[in-house]
Unconditional design. Structure first.
Length: 94
């Protein structure tokens, strides 16, 4: 009787210990074509001021070194990442 009682008591506790696998976050793909970043890779290494004279048909975000950036992902937005010297370091979608 004691054994059956202890099994009944332990069963809910053991069931609570079973963890469901958490979904692994999938990072956005590095698809540079969705926003046209693949055609702008020639800007990498050039000063960020070259962007001042350019016009774009989609949303553009210029991210300066150390700047806070929201994590909302938009595959059609161009992101220009600048380094400490305000030189374009990366051109990506997002």
């Amino acid at each position: 009787m004691k054994r059956a009682f202890s099994l009944l008591l332990c069963a809910p506790l053991l069931a609570a210990c079973v963890m469901e696998p958490s979904p692994v976050p999938v990072p956005p793909s590095d698809n540079l074509a969705s926003c046209g970043a693949d055609d702008l890779q020639y800007l990498v290494g050039r000063p960020g001021v070259v962007l001042d004279g350019m016009r774009f048909s989609q949303d553009v975000r210029v991210i300066q070194y150390g700047m806070a950036v929201t994590m909302d992902y938009n595959p059609y937005r161009l992101n220009f990442w600048l380094d400490r010297r305000d030189v374009i370091e990366r051109v990506v979608c997002g």
